[in-house]
Design a protein around this ligand. Structure first.
Ligand code: G3P
Length: 224
C-alpha cells in the first residue's frame, strides 16, 4: 500500500514528509489556487521539499486535448523528475492521455466517478487512475464498490495501472478502499494523522509510561 499527501501547501507537505512514509504529492487546480503561489514558484519549491525520487502529480487546466498536451510539457519542465500528469477522464482527456502516453509521459487519470472511465484510461496506458471516493458517496453512489470493481477488472486483465484512491472524508473510507484493492491512497495531512491515531494506542503508551515512572522515577530508558 502506498500513500501520498494531497496538498499544495509547502509547509503541510514538509511536515507530512517528515513523519510519514510517503511516495509523493498530489495537487489539483483547487488546492493550488487555495495556497496562492503561481506554478513556476510552487512546483520547484515542492520538489525541493520532497526530493528527486518522490512522485509529484500535477494537473492540466486546459479542457481540449491539444492544450492539455501543451500543459503537460509545461508542467513537466517545472516539476522535475517523477512527474505524473493528471488529466481528467473527459472525452478530450482520454484523447490527451493516449497522446501523452505515446510521448512518454506518466499519466494519472483523475476525477474518476465510474469504473468505465477507469477501464478506458487503463486501456490508454495510464500509470494511475484516481477514483474520487467521498465525492461519489456524497452524490449517492458507492466509492468503495467503484474501487473494488476497478481493482477486480484490472486484476482480471493483468493491467499494471494502479488505483490511486482520492477524495476521502474519514479514515474508515480509507481502510475500506485499501481492502477493496486500491494500490495507493492520496490523503490530506489531517487524514494521514487520523490513520495512526487510536485511543487504545494512546492509552497503552500512557500505561507503559506510568508503570515505568512508578518503578524508576523517570520516563528515561537508562538515565536514572
Ligand atoms: O485529489 C483529489 C482530491 O483532492 C479531491 O478531494 O476532498 O476535494 O473531494 P476532495
Amino acid at each position: 500500500m502506498r500513500f501520498l499527501v494531497d496538498a499544495a501547501d509547502i509547509e503541510e507537505i514538509r511536515r507530512a514528509f517528515e513523519t510519514y512514509p510517503l511516495s509523493g504529492v498530489t495537487t489539483n487546480p483547487s488546492s493550488v489556487a487555495r495556497q496562492g503561489l503561481e506554478l513556476p514558484r510552487l512546483l520547484p519549491a515542492i520538489r525541493e521539499v520532497i526530493g528527486a525520487d518522490a512522485e509529484l502529480h500535477v494537473q492540466v487546466t486546459a479542457s481540449d486535448a491539444p492544450r492539455m498536451v501543451r500543459d503537460a510539457y509545461s508542467l513537466s519542465e517545472l516539476a522535475g523528475p517523477h512527474v505524473f500528469i493528471k488529466v481528467p477522464v473527459t472525452r478530450e482527456g482520454i484523447k490527451a492521455m493516449r497522446q501523452l502516453v505515446d510521448e512518454g509521459f506518466a499519466v494519472t487519470a483523475t476525477s474518476v466517478f465510474a469504473a468505465n472511465q477507469a477501464f478506458l484510461a487503463g486501456a490508454a496506458g495510464v500509470a494511475y487512475v484516481a477514483p474520487y471516493v467521498n465525492r461519489l458517496d456524497e452524490a449517492g453512489g458507492d466509492g468503495e464498490t467503484m474501487v473494488r470493481d476497478i481493482a477486480t477488472a484490472f486484476a482480471t486483465e493483468g493491467l499494471v495501472t494502479v488505483i490511486l484512491a482520492a477524495s476521502f472524508r474519514d479514515v474508515a473510507q480509507v481502510e475500506r478502499c485499501c481492502l477493496a484493492g486500491a494500490g495507493a491512497c492520496t490523503l490530506p495531512p489531517a487524514l494521514l494523522d487520523g490513520l495512526v491515531a487510536h485511543p487504545l494506542t494512546e492509552d497503552a503508551v500512557a500505561r507503559f509510561e506510568r508503570d515505568w515512572v512508578a518503578r524508576f522515577g523517570s520516563p528515561a530508558l537508562l538515565e536514572r
